[in-house]
Ligand binder design. Structure first.
Ligand code: FO1
Length: 329
């Protein structure tokens, strides 16, 4: 049974969100905080130009998920898709390794047209959200181009060529976020992070290395997270000691990391006040508060329950936190 109790606390919540895993918690949050108090800041490091179109995969995954039109099997693209465009493209010898459904194609064509007319990505994204009936705010992490590139055993390549075209087969050696340093955090996200009324920041259970790190690399983002009095709470993307899906296990081991909640806590060292994990992990440094909860999200109830748990955990950390003047005394 879905408890419809909505969260009435004031204060903005900013959720940092990448692809599919993060989108599940973003959906849960959007059912608990149902208006513009919730800002979902989305990774755009996966963006790329393809077939002459500007494609923003994580923005679209989150938008489609919150609009209830995402493909339930893949998590990306639209439900009830048709593939006439791809079939025709194949007959013309076009690139078909990146699957673009007919409904999904409209998003890329219209976004590309509006970008070319000089509109910024956040304006376009918010307009699409309004048209899809989404009441919370979904914003790209930056208006400036940030592009994830991976250095692999098969040489350097853009993220989508690694993740989709090469199906994550090449061994990953390092990850770079081109343009991140000179990029600025999207202005509404930045204002929310600096706002005295900020309630908390939530790092959704996205891949820390591929989906969250590009966001942390955007100029000023780390400083804002370290500078806020609001608690920053992350949800570990590991369940049962493994990644839920996607290449996380492979990426983490190829980067030399052990698969543990402690590794996640260390990775976010100095940025997070709390970590929500599916099982206790005694190696987590005690500077990080830990909540042990079910973090596997199958049903909408699971997503809403985890959202409520994370918000309550953040509020608890706030309540325990000495006020600014006490701390500076
Ligand atoms: N992921 C795939 O594994 N294969 C695809 O053909 C594919 C197409 C695609 C089209 C639009 C879109 O928004 C996402 C798409 N994705 C596809 C997912 C995409 O690679 C994302 O970057 C990942 O979900 C990681 O966030």
């Amino acid at each position: 049974m879905t408890v419809s109790a909505q969260d009435t606390r004031t204060g903005r919540v900013v959720a940092l969100c990448g692809g599919i895993g993060g989108a599940k918690l973003a959906l849960g949050l959007s059912k608990v905080i149902t208006d513009e108090r919730l800002i979902i800041a989305v990774n755009t490091g996966d963006d790329f130009d393809h077939l002459g179109l500007h494609i923003s995969p994580d923005v679209d995954t989150v938008t489609y998920t919150l609009a209830g039109v995402a493909n339930p099997e893949t998590g990306w693209g639209r439900a009830e898709e048709t593939w006439n465009f791809m079939k025709s493209l194949e007959t013309l010898g076009g690139e078909t390794w990146f699957q673009l459904g007919d409904k999904d194609l409209a998003t890329h064509v219209e976004r590309t047209r509006r970008l070319r007319e000089g509109e910024c990505l956040s304006t376009i994204t918010e307009d699409f959200c309004k048209r899809l009936g989404i009441a919370v705010r979904i914003l790209p992490m930056s208006e400036d181009p940030v592009r994830t590139h991976v250095d692999t055993s098969a040489g350097p390549m853009p993220f989508q060529n690694y993740f989709v075209e090469r199906r994550c087969e090449p061994e990953i050696e390092s990850i770079r976020f081109e343009g991140a340093e000179s990029a600025g955090v999207q202005s509404d996200i930045s204002m929310a992070l600096k706002h005295p009324e900020l309630r908390c920041v939530i790092v959704c259970p996205s891949n820390p290395y591929l989906s969250v790190d590009p966001m942390l690399a955007v100029g000023g983002m780390r400083q804002m997270l370290q500078g806020t009095d609001a608690p920053v709470v992350a949800v570990s993307p590991l369940v049962g000691g493994k990644a839920v899906k996607g290449p996380m296990d492979k990426v983490m081991s190829e980067l030399g990391h052990t698969l543990s909640h402690a590794t996640i806590a260390d990775h976010y060292n100095g940025l997070i006040d709390g970590l929500v994990v599916d099982s206790a992990d005694s190696q987590i440094p005690d500077r990080v508060a830990v909540a042990v909860e079910n973090t596997m999200m199958h049903s909408l109830d699971d997503k809403m329950n985890l959202a409520r748990t994370v918000l309550a955990f953040a509020d608890e950390i706030s309540a325990r936190r000495p006020m600014q003047h006490e701390r500076s005394a």
